[in-house]
Design a protein around this ligand. Sequence first.
Ligand code: PLP
Length: 380
Amino acid sequence: MSYYRDTFIEIDLDAVFQNVVNLKRHFYDGLEVIAVVKADSYGHGAVMVARTLREAGVRLFAVATIDEAIELRENGIHEPILVFGSVDVRDLPVVAEYDLTITAYSFHWLKNALSHPQGKPVSLQIKIDTGMNRLGIAEKTQFIDAVRLIRESPHFHLSGVYSHLATAEEEDETYYRMQLDRFETMIRGIDTNGLLIHLANSAGSLKETPAGVNAVRLGLFLNGIAPTAAIKDGLPFELKPSLSLYTKIVQVKTVPPHSKVSYNGTYETTAETTIGTMPIGYADGYDRRLKNGRVWLNGGYAPVVGRVCMDYAMVVFDESVEPGTRVELIGPHIPLEAYCGWIGTNNYHATCAFTDRLPRVYKRHGEIVAVVNRRPQIRL
Ligand SMILES: Cc1ncc(COP(=O)(O)O)c(C=O)c1O
């Protein structure tokens, strides 16, 4: 063990590998999979996940920021990496040095970037705004001019065009159809030969492939998570969640009736009660808004009671439990979706929120193959 406190996230890389195999089989009709591993692969750990994705045949990656891309490069990911975010043109030398693909997200930005030639051509993908109203070029004439300007420049290379869906996970497809229509109209205005053309995220990838599209950008699916319960129930392929969260009880105490537990005494015992203290709290990303949650230990469920503190949270037991007992907070018995329901957020947010206080323990072929602990390692 290379960490001091026995509270950690476990990532099942076999699940990641199998998810990709299943996804690639599903998209066998020539669609490229762009693996979205931004935000440290949504808290799962970008480097270890990306290595596994590559082993499973993924050849294209995407992240949000330059530093996320550099981390991948410096850990042996040599495949194309698309940076979705807004890059400062002053950072173009770094983009060129690390051979990254960046996003031309506005006409203004593009004109500025074109006046900063680097020693070698920089790969660009144009982002079209079809209704997300975040980043992207929304005007068709500006888009066509942007394509022309990049193609005329000896210093830049156009490698793709993409847009992002705002409502792909919703049942009502009205807004999706509008975005699709705008995307197709824009794309029809250019020669797309040799370009990666992509629109869909995980939820969008389940819809019929739009004309001209040749790639999907998948983030959540890689880690075996579906955007909503309805999507999870209707998936046309199998996905296995890769993330589990564990701790160990550090103290057990029996308290009399009418004892208040944790800050502000929001939970009060009605009878003599056995309480267990878990060394995990909201500073780890175990959310303070948790209500009516539970954990799994000794083959049964135990409710989490009182406020989640910064470093601790408490559970109650029916019968006595020894300190040192292992607790599953998310995993085979406690689905991520259940945890998200107790804290009132979605699957994306919940895993991104886990902080670097939690070491990531990676398993492959059932064995621990790596432990990523960004805090000081234990001295042996
Ligand atoms: C631009 C872009 N594309 C693709 C994705 C991947 O989305 P998902 O995790 O739903 O597959 C994201 C994630 O937020 C994104 O911002």
